[in-house]
Design a protein around this ligand. Sequence first.
Ligand code: F6R
Length: 620
Amino acid sequence: MCGIIGYLGYREAYPILLNGLKKLEYRGYDSSGIAVFRKRKYNLYKTKGKVNELEKKISFYKIKMKGNTGIGHTRWATHGIPDNINAHPHVSNSNELFLIHNGIIENYHAIKIILSKNGFIFKSKTDTEVLVNLIEFVQKKNKLSLEEAVRISLNEIVGAYSIAIVDKSNPEIIVIAKLGSPLALGINEREFFISSDPVSFVNYTKNVLYLRDGEMAILRKDKDLDLRKIRDNHKLNPIIKELQINLKEIEKGNYKYFMLKEIYEQPKSIRDTLRGRLLIPNKNIDGLICIDGIESNKDIFINAKSITIVACGTSWHASLIGEYLLEELARIPVEVEYASEFRYRKPILGKKDIVIVISQSGETADTIEALKLAKKRGAFVFGICNVVSSYIARNVDAGAYTHAGPEIGVASTKSFTAQITVLTLLSLIIGKYRSTITNNRYQYLCKELKSIPEKVSQTLKIDDTIKNISQLYCHVNNFLYLGRGINFPVALEGALKLKEISYIHAEGYPAAEMKHGPIALIDEKIPVVFLSTKTGQYKKIIGNIEEIKARKGKIIAIVNEDDIQISMLADHIIKVPKISEELNPLITVIPLQLLAYQIAFLRGENVDQPRNLAKSVTVE
Ligand code: F6R
């Protein structure tokens, strides 16, 4: 978690750092800070709260943030509460070295004891302050250059980091390094841009170097980049790539929040996920699905003994839908695991087992560790990621990008539908390879898949109905979401969306399971959202609705346009287009995303930056 940023060049650093930090706020926003250097002088300002707060205070106190070198940080607290002492940059005891850090130093406590014995004093509760003082200690003791002190210190560190460090007596140099947490370097003639995510410098340069784990770079003013291995100082050749980011994708446009924009982008993002992979069936040609990462590993998928899908949060909900699809269409036994649990178990895996890791960001710490474990155990690891070139994308045996485009709202929306789309394609291809589905069914589902973007567009038109329902229920304390079969994970996702952005307690449950406990919660004050489209379990859902009604719960039912029976029972209905059971989640989740958004909006919450959360969870 946390976003780091830096600049070294000929322009004023402060505006570049400030605007860059605003683009990194999805990574954390509980406190922030910027340090700018000029000759031997510096200005450092840190504060609790969002980057806007930092900007306001710097301008209120008329702090002159002048200089062509600078570093900045936006924080999601791990060690120490969010306040201006724990905020970054952290400064060494001699007031010489300034450090920003994203990640966790696991052995910081032991190092802190050693440094304390050597006279170092700590003001904050952070692991970062320990690291900057370790570097100072190593540098002074051995009379080393900054880069060598950084290198030697990092070799003593256990944990994950991306860092940038400046020595105020020589601000013509910034040293950066990476292990685990992401770090991108933008390169122009006579200037360097450092960031956790290149979206923050794409308006200045499209030339980017993604540092790999175990690499550090010494950036010197007006000099070429010096890239090294942290372990042995071996010099490396930088591989510079061209950034493929469309600026429009990272702007809010006319939308009040990124989340709303991303919900409305789903017809396009699903179309992008399908593009080039689903050859559209028509009168003359049969439909065909093709994904390179599967095509080139056909035998592995045909002969798979089992599939384990590993993910966190919303991606875990998509995995549950994947389980249903793969078992239904490809007839392979599937288990779904929380990455944070899987990584500490001793999974029974071998060459014939496939592990699918799903992650929007491709940098979720638990999912990364799960991936490493799966590889160690000999499984074939397939990745489904959104962020191109992210750690997970680079380290799987094969994979498929979701192509949903940058997702900036902290609550995941378009990534979820893109992940399900990839899982559907995957299940259909494998089902076809293994002859576990008939050609007729395959062709039919290809056609249905093709119609999804249009049906999502139609579904998005129910916004007014959702607004009315949200007005009625935005002040309740509890919500229940119920679904069966493939719609059960959608209930979980609907509940997660609501609680994370509106702070209303919400639970998702399999509809039939509620009589084993949660039904005790039902009274006239609790709204219950039913996923009640026409699937194989429609009749059973009617029974579950009756049970809630008998206890005076308020029913909000997601139904198909031609529904009669449930429409007569429910207090409120939200109509969505009809689609095959397998593709239901791609449609039924849309009203739940809108409902969560509208309720949070009416409650006056900051939808894009919910409290305590961050977009990528790069700590365990
Ligand atoms: C919820 C949400 C999180 C993420 C989870 C995994 O809206 O966004 O639950 O889904 O942190 O993140 P990724 O998919 O990046 O691994």
